[in-house]
Design a protein around this ligand. Structure first.
Ligand SMILES: [Zn+2]
Length: 225
């Protein structure tokens, strides 16, 4: 039987095997954060973690538990994740140091926008500091505009579509006003009521998983060359 891709489910033997096959760790950057009345508070980690599971099945590697602390402060009902940029940086550095020690060579981090962009801004510094190859899953902004990126808005059509594809049972569009003139509180992007669908989420996941898979396969090939 194929081993799990979840770090928390591996025995040492499973871990050694997965590490030997592909020394990649995936870090879902989550939050516990208001995502509109229609999505669960853990949406960021559920989307990035779900995407990483699909990527790990294609390329190999191990998916870490979600990191639910992150920068930028929004404190609507249920939000409990904010830490300063400085503390967030220390936490990620500690994680990267431990992952390098455990034998990983590549770390992919993605999820909550401000966390992912913070990570991206530190790739040059941290890759040198920890001897790791580091990636996020952002694409150029011009490409993100097609709505088929991974987590490119806040609780709007993109995130809602991804949640509908990965966790349809956790999405409750009926909790938003059916009056198109009433914009849902703290939803930022295209209207999830009219533009979100599981099919759109699935298309984004497949497209981005294929794109990231080829980037990571090349990275693995360079390492073994
Ligand atoms: Zn989000």
């Amino acid at each position: 039987m194929a081993t799990s891709v979840h770090y928390v489910e591996l025995t040492p033997q499973d871990f050694r095997q997965r590490l030997a096959e592909a020394p990649i760790a995936y870090l879902p950057l989550g939050t516990l954060e208001w995502h509109g009345e229609h999505l669960p508070l853990g949406s960021d980690g559920l989307q990035s973690g779900g995407f990483f599971v699909e990527l790990a099945k294609r390329v190999g590697g191990v998916v870490l538990p979600m990191l639910f602390l992150g920068p930028d402060r929004h404190e609507l009902d249920g939000s409990a994740y904010w830490v300063s940029n400085e503390l967030f940086g220390h936490i990620v550095e500690a994680i990267l140091e431990r992952l390098a020690r455990a034998g990983f060579k590549i770390v992919v981090a993605h999820g909550h926008g401000p966390s992912g962009h913070f990570f991206e801004d530190h790739i040059a510094t941290w890759s040198k500091q920890f001897g790791l190859e580091l990636y996020t899953c952002w694409r150029p902004r011009s490409e993100e505009a097609d709505g088929l990126g991974i987590m490119t808005d806040h609780a709007a059509a993109n995130e809602t579509s991804l949640m509908m594809a990965l966790h349809p049972d956790l999405v409750h569009l009926d909790r938003l006003s059916s009056d198109p003139a009433v914009w849902p509180v703290a939803v930022s992007g295209r209207d999830p009521r009219t533009e979100a669908s599981a099919e759109r989420g699935r298309r984004a996941i497949d497209l981005q998983a294929e794109r990231m898979a080829s980037i990571l396969r090349e990275a693995l090939a360079r390492r073994s060359a």
